[in-house]
Write a protein that binds this ligand. Structure first.
Ligand code: 5GP
Ligand code: ZN
Length: 112
């Protein structure tokens, strides 16, 4: 399977990690949409929440909670936004589930 994020996770493509544990990594997005734009990427490959196993679903919950504790590393002090694009209408371009973490500035709301 040719998956960019699996290659980041395995180290086949070296990438600087902001955080890593046994479940997921956090990296900086290559095309930031806010002052800080990180991607939390599970180590297991799955595309959609609707396709996640029970174990993967629990891991996503743990991952979201862990993100909320990385206040200094991710500059979360004044609030932040989490986005999970799912499928075509949302504009998902990498088909390995990931959470966008946007922080460090006031944000508006632009659905389109
Ligand atoms: P999606 O559109 O699937 O929700 O998000 C994919 C994200 O991956 C985009 O924000 C895009 O900028 C980011 N991305 C794509 N290729 C790379 C890369 O090679 N390195 C990094 N750090 N981010 C990438
Ligand atoms: Zn993958």
């Amino acid at each position: 399977m040719d998956c960019l994020f699996c290659k980041f996770v395995s180290g086949e493509i070296p990438i600087q990690k902001v955080y890593e544990d046994c479940d997921f990594i956090i990296i900086k997005d290559i095309a930031p949409q806010a002052k800080n734009h990180f991607l939390a990427i599970p180590k297991q490959h799955f595309k959609l929440l609707s396709e996640a196993t029970e174990e993967q679903s629990l891991m996503v919950g743990k991952m979201l909670k862990k993100i909320s504790t990385l206040t200094k590393e991710l500059e979360l002090e004044n609030g932040y936004r989490l986005v999970i694009n799912q499928g075509d209408d949302a504009g998902q371009t990498v088909f390995h589930l990931h959470v966008h973490i946007l922080s460090g500035q006031k944000m508006g709301w632009q659905p389109a």
